[in-house]
Ligand binder design. Structure first.
Ligand SMILES: CC(C)(COP(=O)(O)OP(=O)(O)OC[C@H]1O[C@@H](n2cnc3c(N)ncnc32)[C@H](O)[C@@H]1OP(=O)(O)O)[C@@H](O)C(=O)NCCC(=O)NCCS
Length: 232
């Protein structure tokens, strides 16, 4: 990693109370985070953030199984990425960005094996069947979008995620900038990503990325939509 890896922001929800006027005065607290490479000890914190963001709202019966989703999803994305950067806040991994070369033929086999070992029991669990059917749809649409994507797009952003309690303080943008830097330094000035209506896809609109493909999956008043965005 290169460049400035620190981010500082005023945490809008945090307050320090003045001793003399504890109930009357409140002061905004300055907070900071640091970007660094992923390490194994980050896995539990990051899997929890993944579960909180996209995981099953499971019953206690399958709670342990449900936790596996976060680990499997994390290691799957790590396996296909060569750029794996974490945002550390208050000593905890609170965000992650994963990026790599499009159509990387050889994933990291250690990470892939972990993803498979975490995911395998999920395929035999009844509660996950509808989730698995949804993932199949997602992979079908994204594979088709990817096949139609122009060859100049050489890079792919695999994962961008921040802890819900750290959103809105500049962490996501800072991690995205570090991935942009990685793409440029490695000759991939055009790159893309897959997202959908279960994600905060409007973040990419806000940073000026463009929607290249959009597919409606399902029906009803708020159907699920899957998108491919590109940086330019
Ligand atoms: C997307 C995500 C990583 C953004 O991280 P973040 O740390 O909250 O973002 P930042 O604080 O760095 O950036 C916030 C900026 O984006 C803008 N933004 C974020 N979400 C937005 C939205 N839904 N609509 C419009 N603007 C949005 C903010 O207005 C802010 O702009 P500003 O810097 O001009 O004030 C975070 O929301 C997240 O993890 N979401 C769940 C996972 C996800 O959806 N990942 C991406 C799609 S796969």
């Amino acid at each position: 990693m290169s460049g400035n890896n620190r981010g500082t922001a005023v945490l809008k929800t945090g307050y320090a109370f003045n001793r003399a006027f504890p109930l009357l005065t409140r002061k905004k607290v300055e907070t900071s985070f640091e970007l660094r490479n992923f390490k194994k000890s980050d896995e539990t914190a990051l899997a929890a953030v993944i579960n909180e963001t996209w995981g099953l709202k499971s019953s206690p019966k399958n709670a342990e199984l449900a936790l596996r989703f976060g680990y499997a999803y994390l290691y799957y994305n790590l396996a296909y990425s060569s750029f794996r950067v974490v945002a550390e806040y208050n000593g905890f991994a609170s965000g992650i960005v994963c990026a790599g070369r499009r159509n990387e033929k050889l994933p990291n086999l250690g990470y892939l094996a972990k993803a498979i070992s975490y995911a395998l029991p999920l395929f035999f669990c009844r509660e996950f069947r509808s989730q698995i059917a949804a993932w199949k749809k997602f992979f079908k649409v994204t594979a088709a979008n990817e096949a139609n994507m122009a060859k100049e797009y050489k890079g792919r952003l695999y994962l961008l995620l921040t802890n819900p309690s750290c959103r809105g303080i500049g962490m996501g943008k800072k991690m995205l900038s570090s991935a942009e830097e990685y793409f440029i330094l490695n000759g991939m000035d055009r790159f893309y990503l897959h997202t959908d209506t279960e994600c905060n896809f409007r973040f990419y609109d806000s940073v000026g990325y463009k929607k290249v493909f959009g597919s409606v999956v399902g029906s009803g008043p708020n159907p699920w939509e899957i998108y491919l965005y590109a940086n330019k």
